[in-house]
Design a protein around this ligand. Structure first.
Ligand code: NOJ
Length: 547
């Protein structure tokens, strides 16, 4: 029998960046057994599911987003037997498991790419990727002028069997991540097989990497603004991303998910990493026969200003909710500077402003209609580690651009679990183990054992928010009506009467509801909404709806 309740529509999913979650072997790298050991912690927090960052065999040039084998586990992280144990343990606890699938590109060590390198120009093996002759008299210039997202040209030249420089292949990220040619039906068929492999092992769905990618313009023409991708590090080259053909792939994947659901009634979820210019284009990816959901990154990129937040929330509600899907809110992930640091202001460093705002943003996100994703450590209020020395940085962006701008190691530092010194319980039982990125001493303040013991911690705010989402029918899916509010304040009513208000300014203002809040991100006396604070109240019927 099919379940009537679409669990994913208002689910809260916790992103596990496996290599930084919990290390069960003492090699300084988190692993699947560590994730299994951490499940009770996540159950206590109250999340509905986990998304596991890639753990497949990979040379780790982009920490697993360079996949050499889509149907196995890298020995760094465990093996298939351990994976099965993890899925079974999560199922027992009622925690859904989503995998990260990477269909735009693979690893240069994937057997099909190795076969393509060894094969002739024009061969069937090369037709699975984008191989092309170079330009110029001797073919020494790339086939077009596109730049890769992580710096440098989007093409690399190969050496042919005769030892001579030969064709070029396309890679929109690093040279170790060749892009698949989705115009070749063998590629789609292979990914159908991969989906079924993991669905047969019991997973509840997939987070899809670069879901606006896959297809390129069929002629691979020059771009008018070749450096746009590298400059913005967003997929903005209209010839390389967001091609109309990609929608057929999502329809096919959706039908595979439906097939499994029809068998056992368990709904499977496809959530896409969709970076496209407007909310309206985003909405095309979540039409009822395509992806169930797609991360709505505009909230994450909005500056800390009431008007900016109101605009992105209104657009999302209008364009995405109109498709019949729900909005998938996100404030943090493994590619972004953590909110505590992002919302802080250098002039007020140390004042806790970034932390106060991050707490308020969390309460706002959890009050919005739809699903929400929490990135590990967000529930601890971890700041970005901004002073990692150059010699420990592993992000290919740093290696390829030589710049620290927007590098991603600072949000990937292994989690602190307990104790006063690194590894802070990250490596179970091996006190001398060295985490793959160094943890700063101040991580002691953020360790999970301290967070659980302190009712004022971020952890308790997230846990209380999740409990209220579970208990109150007004939260999760449903309506949102804006309330009239003073400049710098956002206020809205959910359903038949839960009010959420956020004061983006620093001075207190009057609260939209007179009583004591059900939950607030900071101290919040009755009738007052302090600066950099969000709160939830049950409506007393006196608040006025915006015209
Ligand atoms: C998006 C992922 O989130 C990021 O970590 C990765 O580097 C790129 N896609 C390329 O796969």
């Amino acid at each position: 029998m099919l379940s009537k309740y679409h669990w994913w529509r208002d689910a809260v999913i916790y992103q596990v960046y496996v290599r930084s979650f919990l290390d069960s072997t003492g090699d300084g790298i988190g692993d699947l057994a560590g994730v299994r050991a951490g499940l009770p912690y996540l159950k206590k927090l109250g999340v509905d599911g986990i998304w596991l960052s890639p753990f497949y065999p990979s040379p780790q040039h982009d920490h697993g987003y360079d996949v050499a084998d889509y149907c196995d586990v890298d020995p760094l992280f465990g093996d298939l037997a351990e994976f099965d144990l993890l899925v079974a343990a999560a199922r027992r606890l009622g925690i859904k498991v989503l995998l990260d699938i990477v269909p735009n590109h693979c690893s240069s060590e994937h057997p099909w790419f190795e076969e393509a390198l060894a094969a002739e120009p024009g061969s069937a093996a090369r037709a699975r990727f984008h191989f092309a002759d170079g330009r110029g008299a001797d073919g020494s210039e790339p086939p077009n002028n596109w730049h890769a997202m992580f710096g440098g040209p989007a093409w690399s030249r190969v050496t042919e069997a005769d030892g001579q420089p030969g064709q070029w292949y396309l890679h929109m990220f690093t040279p170790e991540q060749p892009d698949w040619n989705w115009r070749n039906p063998e590629v789609g068929a292979e990914f159908d097989r991969v989906l079924r492999f993991w669905l047969d092992r019991g997973v509840d769905g997939f987070r899809i990497d670069v879901a606006a990618g896959l297809y390129k313009h069929p002629e691979l023409p020059d771009s008018d603004d070749p450096e746009a991708d590298a400059r913005t590090r967003d997929s903005v080259n209209p010839l390389a991303w967001n091609q109309p053909e990609v929608h057929a792939v999502w329809r096919g994947w959706r039908s595979i998910c439906e097939e499994y659901t029809a068998r056992d009634g368990r709904e499977r979820l496809l959530v896409g990493e969709v970076s496209v210019p407007t909310a309206r284009e985003h909405a095309l990816y979540v039409r009822s026969d395509e992806l169930h959901q797609a991360f709505f990154f505009d909230l994450l990129s909005a500056p800390w200003e009431a008007d900016a937040f109101r605009k992105v929330i209104s657009e999302a509600m209008q364009d995405i909710a109109g498709t019949g899907s729900t909005v998938t809110w996100v404030l943090n992930n493994h590619d972004q500077v953590r909110t505590v640091t992002r919302y802080g202001e250098p002039a007020t460093e140390g004042s806790g402003l970034g932390a106060a705002r991050a707490r308020a943003a969390a309460l706002l996100m959890l009050a919005l209609p739809g699903a929400a994703y929490i990135y590990q450590g967000e529930e601890l209020g971890l700041p970005e580690v901004v002073d990692l020395p150059d010699d420990v940085l592993t992000d290919p962006i740093f290696r390829r651009t030589g710049s620290r701008a927007r590098i991603r190691d600072g949000c990937r530092v292994p989690l602190p679990w307990s104790g006063q010194a690194s590894p802070f319980g990250f490596t179970s039982g091996v006190e001398s183990a060295k985490p793959w990125l160094p943890q700063p001493d101040y991580f002691a303040e953020y360790a999970t054992d301290r967070a659980l013991a302190d009712t004022r911690s971020f952890w308790h705010l997230y846990r209380d928010g999740l409990q209220l989402r579970e208990a109150l029918p007004q939260l999760g899916e449903g309506t949102l009506r804006w309330l009239e509010s003073p400049p710098g304040v956002l206020a809205f009513v959910r359903g038949d009467g839960l009010v959420c208000a956020v004061n983006f300014g620093t001075a207190p203002t009057s609260a939209p509801v007179s009583g004591t809040p059900l939950l607030s991100s900071g101290p919040c006396p009755a009738g007052v909404l302090p600066g950099s604070t969000a709160a939830w109240w049950m409506s007393d019927g006196t608040e006025s709806v915006a015209p």
